[in-house]
Design a protein around this ligand. Structure first.
Ligand code: MRU
Length: 339
């Protein structure tokens, strides 16, 4: 995908407005941490790695404006609670801003976080592509593509790499209510690259699995606990249960900064609750009585026992997760130290 969805130029953060896709390709410009926080909160930029990158640039903008880094960190950290990448990026920026001389170093660090994310996704793509045989029909949920990351994508990155290596895949895209990231963003990305796909409503997944038309599921992650339990877009858990019932492999693709080893299990992951209005309407058009109470958890947690493998930039992690995640990620830390 050639589009530049996150750019930092002339001390401004320019973001492709993902709320408008696919109907319009429009950009917003952020010059303050407040504007970046608003862009994250309202999903103009979304997807765990992408919000981490945007927050890193938000921290850099704060440094350029001579703002108190702790206050900026608190502001950006208050936007969305579930994706750990956000907090990881803010912490990394804080340690640079508080120890280094000047805002330019902060801008360089944010750009480094951005570039590293793309490189991690390429590696995830290479590891993950080896798991998908030529001719596989794969289901994905939400958008874990280039738009959700620095570029290339995690779950879609695996699909992209497999297709580039000559494999013929067919992608089933869950539309992903309430905000339709699958229909609006994943379908747009796949169409742009002519990757064969079918858009389905979320409730159709079980039907196609039972028919034998879906042979693998691959999704991204917002936070992975030490035992492998994985938070991702609401609806992911249902897919994992369905996949297990039908004997279909269920893969999670995520970089090492999506893991939160401070949490023993997914029970401790904070799930973002969004406004019920998002459930009562589609693209701003009411589809329910205006007063009907609605619930709107943005994510759910898939227990590790439903996950066939987690694809990270350090390799493919299989059960027992507790042990193998630690082993794999200690390798990631070692690599960072020598980088
Ligand atoms: O609410 P969103 O659109 O930010 O949710 C995004 C997801 O759930 C993605 O699957 C996840 O962040 C991984 S993106 C590589």
């Amino acid at each position: 995908m050639n589009i530049q969805h996150i750019q930092f130029k002339e001390n401004q953060l320019v973001l492709l407005d993902q709320r408008k896709l696919p109907l319009a390709v429009e950009y917003i410009t952020c010059t303050t941490p407040e504007e970046v926080a608003e862009a994250i909160r309202t999903l103009a930029v979304r997807g765990a790695p992408a919000i981490g990158i945007a927050a890193a640039y938000g921290m850099a903008l704060g440094a350029l404006l001579g703002r108190d880094p702790r206050e900026v960190a608190a502001l950006l950290g208050s936007t969305r609670p579930t994706a750990v990448n956000l907090f990881w990026a803010i912490e990394r920026m804080l340690s640079v801003i508080e120890t280094s001389a000047g805002a330019e170093a902060a801008v360089r660090e944010a750009a480094r976080i951005h570039q590293e994310d793309i490189a991690m996704n390429e590696r995830i793509g290479a590891f993950g592509a080896s798991l998908l045989e030529d001719g596989t029909a794969v289901l994905t949920h939400c958008n874990a593509g280039a738009l959700a990351t620095g570029g290339h994508g995690t779950a879609l990155g695996v699909i992209r790499t497999a297709v580039r290596s000559g494999k013929h895949l067919t992608v089933f895209i869950d539309e992903t209510r309430p905000l339709l990231q699958g229909a609006r963003l994943t379908a747009w990305e796949l169409q742009t690259e002519n990757i064969p796909c079918y858009l389905i409503t979320d409730s159709m997944a079980g039907y196609f699995m039972k028919q034998g038309q879906i042979e693998a599921v691959i999704v991204g992650a917002d936070r992975i606990a030490a035992n492998g339990d994985t938070a991702n877009k609401i609806g992911t858990y249902s897919l994992a249960v369905l996949a297990k019932e039908h004997g279909i492999p269920f893969y999670v693709a995520a970089p090492s900064n999506s893991f939160d080893l401070s949490l023993g299990s997914g029970d401790h992951i904070v799930i973002e609750e969004r406004n019920g209005a998002e459930v009562r309407e589609i693209a701003g058009v009411a589809t329910a009585p205006p007063q009907v109470p609605a619930k709107n958890p943005a994510f759910d947690v898939t227990p590790a026992s439903y996950i066939t493998a987690i694809i990270s930039e350090m390799g493919v992690i299989r059960p027992p997760y507790e042990e193998n995640i630690k082993l794999t990620l200690s390798g990631a830390k070692e690599r960072m130290r020598h980088a």
